[in-house]
Design a binder for this molecule. Structure first.
Ligand code: SF4
Length: 571
């Protein structure tokens, strides 16, 4: 179940940087900075801005923040300025960052492994109420994102978060970002191994480490020991996926070099077996390769996937073993096909006789009120733990059988559906134009409207939808909500209909990650000229779902059908 490397499956072949000139690889070219970002990162790293936020900017206000801190170093602490209201998407590319920026921030709280205690959840809810105008979104990287944050309030927010073991350190920036982890870590009867110790060790030792705080670009990690393959391992810079080695027992299969954005590429297996007690060291070896060999000349070619595209897995393994680990790693097996859906929605039995309950908000949008309500429902059920998922869902753990019904009723009353329609369950949306400076179109409301419409219009065929049809709505080409690996992926753009410009989407069809319904990941196809206005989105999805149901061979998934049929069938 290796992701294939042919063009059109892992993505178009990434063009390597030009030979014969410095590409800014520290280990090859030296550390001479080749672009303005690299200059300021070397002069004064992002982690250093914290003291200035605490001592100067939070006291003197937004106007006291110099541009390089504001649009650069603040990211190292999870802070981006949010989009100024009222700027339409057609102007996004015409304005610079200052013109697009409001005086408020998005603040991202990293939740490594997506894990939260009840007490931490209450703190997150209170911060939403007190400082974020009630906002809170569950991102598809298991983070919580606030909006409307004022710089004056950031020190107090940090104080509250850090008092309960939460942080915003390196939640954004050219850093080791949040580590995705199986939401079922430690509780599932069918778990291969519990990744919690590895996630905890990496977070404790390396998050905030100045040695790893100036990477060429972001570095995304994912670790699971659950056979549902529940951490989207094909699209991270590094993934460790639980496997059983015939002689060495349970451990991890190493995947490297995945990423989407405007140049999508699926990760590849390196072919090694990683023992659990070596996993943090192997992670360190991979991130140091990225730091030392990543291409720093151009930010558009700086992700690890470009290095892997040039080196290939064999060279990557050789460099890892010889230069960074000083030992060979054993060969290892690939993971088995996914056993169950990786979103964990619904009611399931834990290994200890309690239950875990997966619930779906609409496209990850919650609020301070919902978080408070969730904490109340959990407390009444006698459970202390909840986890966020990489699918913008949440899973409440440790629910005693006697409290299950009350908990489910409580979740449903909060709009957290335990038995969502297939449309709500499988739709995600990025932040979009409401707050994102890069956005061209609105996303969350459009996706919410589409879900409601499709629940009504397709009620007559819902029972026939026995495999997920994922709908991923993105506000621009950056693919934060994973356009290219959705059955129906929507890339925000302005479309012109009858000479009138309107918000709309380019359509990608038939992408997907390995899941219980699909053995192998693959990227979606685009259909020449296939675009849809936001207003016509429900029409398009209804049409495509009905055609798939009419035309499919027995058991054929939407993605297989979408790759099989002629373009005309997809319009
Ligand atoms: Fe913003 Fe684009 Fe990412 Fe959506 S995909 S959150 S619009 S950068």
């Amino acid at each position: 179940m290796t992701a294939q490397t042919t063009e059109g499956t892992t993505g178009r072949a990434l063009r390597p940087p030009r030979a014969g000139r410095s590409n800014g690889q520290w280990a090859v070219d030296g550390r001479e900075p080749l672009n303005p970002n690299e200059v300021w990162k070397q002069e004064d790293g992002g982690l250093n801005v914290r003291e200035r936020i605490e001592q100067i900017y939070s006291r003197d206000g937004f106007a006291s923040i110099p541009p390089q801190d504001l649009s650069g170093r603040f990211r190292w602490w999870g802070l981006y300025t949010q989009r100024k209201p009222g700027i339409d998407g057609g102007r996004t590319a015409q304005l610079d960052d200052t013109e697009l920026s409001d005086e408020y921030f998005m603040l991202r709280v990293r939740l490594d492994g997506g894990a939260l205690t009840l007490h931490q959840l209450r703190v997150l809810a209170d911060i939403s109420h007190d400082f974020a105008r009630g906002t809170a979104d569950i991102s598809d990287r298991q983070n919580i994102q606030y909006h409307w944050i004022r710089v004056e309030d950031v020190p107090e927010i940090w104080r509250r978060l850090e008092a309960v073991g939460l942080q915003t350190t390196e939640a954004c920036g050219d850093t080791p970002r949040v580590i995705l982890g199986s939401p079922l870590a430690g509780i599932a009867a069918d778990e291969i191994l519990d990744p919690t110790p590895v996630i905890d060790e990496i977070t404790r030792r390396f998050v905030g480490d100045p040695e790893l705080a100036n990477l060429p670009r972001k570095f995304k990690s994912a670790i699971t020991g659950h056979p549902s393959l529940d951490v989207v391992h094909e699209i991270n810079d590094i993934s460790l996926v639980g496997v059983v080695h015939p002689e060495l027992g349970a451990g991890y299969d190493l995947w490297v070099g995945g990423g989407l954005s405007t140049a999508p590429r699926l990760a590849e297996r390196i072919g090694v077996f990683v023992a659990p007690d070596e996993a943090a060291e192997v992670w360190l070896g991979v991130i140091r390769i990225f730091r030392d060999y990543g291409y720093r000349r151009m930010r558009t070619k700086a992700r690890l996937k470009f290095l892997l595209a040039e080196w290939g897995p064999a060279k990557f393994r050789e460099v890892l073993e010889t230069e960074y680990l000083a030992r060979a790693l054993p060969d290892g097996p690939p993971p088995a096909p996914a056993s169950t859906p990786g979103d964990h929605v619904g009611i399931h039995l834990q290994k200890d006789g309690n239950h875990y309950v997966g619930a779906a908000p609409v496209v990850g949008r919650v609020s301070g009120d919902v978080l408070t309500g969730l904490a109340d429902v959990m407390e009444a059920a006698g459970t202390d733990r909840v986890r966020l998922t990489p699918h913008q869902k949440l899973v409440v753990l440790d629910v005693p059988p006697a409290r299950l019904d009350d908990l489910v009723t409580g979740l449903e009353n909060l709009g957290l559906s335990v038995a969502p329609s297939p449309f709500r369950r499988h739709t995600m949306a990025c932040t979009g134009i409401e707050f994102c400076k890069l956005a061209i179109v609105e996303t969350k409301a459009a996706a919410g409207t589409a879900i409601a419409e499709l629940e009504q219009r397709l009620a007559d065929v819902t029972a026939q939808i026995d495999a997920p049809v994922t709908l991923n709505v993105n506000g621009c080409p950056n693919s934060c909500a994973r356009i290219q690996v959705a059955d129906i992926g929507l890339k925000g753009m302005i479309v012109t209909v009858d000479d009138v410009q309107q918000p709309g989407f380019q359509v990608h069809l038939g992408g997907g990650l390995a899941s219980a319904d699909r053995d192998e990941a693959g990227l979606g196809r685009t259909v020449r000229g296939l675009k849809v206005t936001a207003a016509d989105l429900p029409d398009l999805v209804e049409r495509l779902v009905r055609r798939w149901l009419d035309q499919r061979a027995p058991g054929e998934t939407f993605a297989t059908w979408a790759h099989r049929v002629d373009e005309e069938e997809l319009r």
